[in-house]
Design a binder for this molecule. Structure first.
Ligand SMILES: Cc1cc2nc3c(=O)[nH]c(=O)nc-3n(C[C@H](O)[C@H](O)[C@H](O)COP(=O)(O)O)c2cc1C
Ligand code: SF4
Length: 550
């Protein structure tokens, strides 16, 4: 990270944004021209290496992806469903092979057969449906998933603009400390993966003296298997925006930024419409509802890089810097976007603020368990009988969600990969021991993470699944620290060689590599990826034995 580049990027404020301009320059052909990059470097007083270095990082701006027309989802759920070879083959009948790229993941884990074409996402069941989409003839009615709640907080029905924003109007009559106290009292922990207390971060930023502060909503939901943030963005956008505005009020921020992944174009459109509605009702701008609260919202559309979900890489991304992870301290609450105090929170965390402000922090605190308050959304893929989004109180048995609410599996499963690529691989026999909360997962050596569930069928060899995970980890590594940059690649090579030949991996070497990744990596990307490998070796040792020496 360069503090100077942060200042230079921030010189024009968030409205005239370098990263956004890079995206616009790439829109037509898939990558900005050399002249575009030179002009942007000049405009923002940076070196040409900076603008080139940034754009060459992203799937939707890098020169080698220029001219791609369709992208096939290569996420974990589509891989396990085995639908993607057929999707690719059908696309190749209508497009040239070099016009087809890959995206991970499109959040269509409930249907699979997912691909992106002409700025939109689809999942198709057969070749006819794919060709209909390409030829723009009959469009299949897709993206259907169940939404089931045993305790509704985030999935409560939207009551219409006036009613929904009544708690916002009431809150503006109170000092910001009141809102902050309610959030603190709710004891809500971040839903993006790390489970960090939201109130703590807001309080730290509130205490900072600064003319400018930012709230950033992390809508980069990159974990293959997760689509619960997409549910909120597309079905409950006003819950999210309510949360961003209230968090902004609590810390004295003037800007809320919703950073939405490029793989969710529909979400961008829906959230923008909701922002427009707020603006039309004069809930944004100066002196909102005569409260002296000045606040505005802006969407920044990402450009395809998983690591931008990590909060400091995300901040670098918005600044138009190469999205490498920053060392901490300083923490974003002290020195975040454009070197200003910044709070980054996940979509689900922010969306829960509506319930907290409306019903009180104490009321939220009473939901869930002692250390994990509230409810949690869970994404279930197409291997359960009722795929979709499930909302349960923290502490609910996992078995209740899988077998009772979702109806069980459609075929024999060997494991569940829960919490994204960095989450644990839970063998089916362990389901009955887990409850949906941070502590239960940690106690059993797994990770709740964002609570996405990818079902791994009996028919999927564990070595192939691990190979897929390390391929993903190597491809998405930001490259800042060498244990991860080199280690994920080496692990992928070992697993691939063993999966495709009779090569046997040295256990000592593999254990060493995993230890180095876990201990030596700068962030949880490299530090977290050994967990699923460890679980797989522990619970599927017999199956994996033939791939290892001795
Ligand atoms: C490799 C990596 C990817 C991440 N991806 C996401 C993501 O897609 N969405 C998200 O909210 N948090 C993600 N996080 C966690 C963020 O760094 C950060 O902790 C989170 O946005 C904070 O919000 P919360 O406290 O509300 O969870 C990721 C972290 C790492 C290490
Ligand atoms: S662990 Fe990987 S993703 Fe994280 S900083 Fe190091 S290289 Fe980047």
């Amino acid at each position: 990270m360069s503090k100077n580049l942060s200042e230079l990027s921030g010189r024009k404020g968030i409205v005239d944004n370098l990263f956004e301009k890079m995206g616009q320059a790439a829109k037509e052909t898939g990558a900005p021209s050399k002249k575009d990059l030179d002009d942007l470097a000049k405009e923002f007083l940076m070196g040409k290496a900076n603008t080139f270095g940034t754009t060459s990082f992203y799937d939707f701006m890098k020169p080698e992806n220029k001219g791609k027309k369709a992208y096939v989802c290569n996420g974990s759920a589509c891989l396990c469903a085995g639908t993607q070879d057929a999707v690719k083959q059908t696309l190749e009948t209508a497009l040239k092979a070099d016009e087809i790229g890959h995206m991970t993941c499109l959040g269509r884990c409930h249907e699979n057969g997912a691909f992106h074409y002409d700025g939109k996402n689809y999942s198709a069941k057969n070749a006819d449906e794919i060709l209909a989409i390409l030829n723009k003839t009959e469009q299949p009615d897709l993206d259907q998933y169940h939404v089931v709640a045993s305790k509704a907080v985030l999935t409560l029905p939207y009551e219409g603009f006036e009613k929904h924003y009544a708690p916002f109007r009431d809150a503006l009559k109170q000092p910001p400390t009141e809102v902050l106290n309610e959030i603190k009292e709710s004891e809500i922990r971040g839903r993006g993966g790390a489970g960090f207390a939201m109130g703590f971060k807001l309080e730290a930023a509130a205490k900072e003296k600064s003319d400018t502060k930012f709230i950033i909503c992390n809508a980069d939901e990159g974990d293959p298997g997760a689509f619960s943030d997409r549910y909120i963005l597309e079905q409950r956008p006003h819950s999210l925006l309510f949360g961003v505005m209230m968090a902004g009020y609590a810390i004295g921020a003037e800007w809320g930024i919703v950073y939405i992944r490029a793989e969710y174009p529909e979400s961008v459109e829906i959230v923008q419409n909701a922002i427009d509605e707020l603006r039309a009702n004069k809930y944004l701008g100066k002196n909102i509802l005569n409260s002296n609260f000045n606040f505005d919202l802006k969407i920044i559309q990402a450009q395809g890089a998983y690591i931008c979900g990590e909060e400091t890489a995300l901040i670098n991304s918005i600044e138009g810097q190469r999205p490498e992870v920053r060392t901490r301290p300083p923490y974003p609450t002290t020195m975040g976007l454009f070197n200003k105090p910044t709070v980054v929170n996940n979509v689900e965390t922010l969306a829960a603020v509506h319930y907290i402000v409306k019903n009180s922090g104490k009321n939220h605190r009473e939901l869930g368990t002692e250390k994990s308050s509230g409810t949690k959304l869970i994404s279930l893929d197409s291997f359960v009988k009722k795929p979709g989004i499930y909302e349960v109180e923290m502490g609910t048995p996992l078995s209740e969600v899988i077998y009772e609410m979702a109806g069980g599996f459609t075929q024999p499963m060997k494991a569940l990969h829960i919490g994204g690529p960095l989450g644990g691989i839970v063998p089916i026999s362990k389901i009955k021991e887990l409850t949906i909360d941070f502590e239960s997962f940690a106690k059993h050596g797994f990770l709740l993470g964002h609570a996405s569930v990818v079902c791994i069928p009996e028919s999927m060899p564990m070595i192939n699944y691990l190979e897929h995970l390390f391929d993903f980890a190597a491809f998405e590594s930001c490259g800042k620290c060498f244990p991860c940059r080199l280690g994920t690649k080496r692990a992928h090579e070992l697993l691939r060689k063993s999966a495709t030949t009779d090569y046997k991996i040295s256990r000592e070497l593999f254990t060493d590599l995993m230890d180095t990744l876990r201990q030596g990596s700068l962030c949880a990307h490299g530090g977290g990826i050994p967990l699923p490998a460890k679980n797989a070796l522990e619970y599927f040792g017999e199956e994996l034995n033939k791939h290892f020496e001795n």
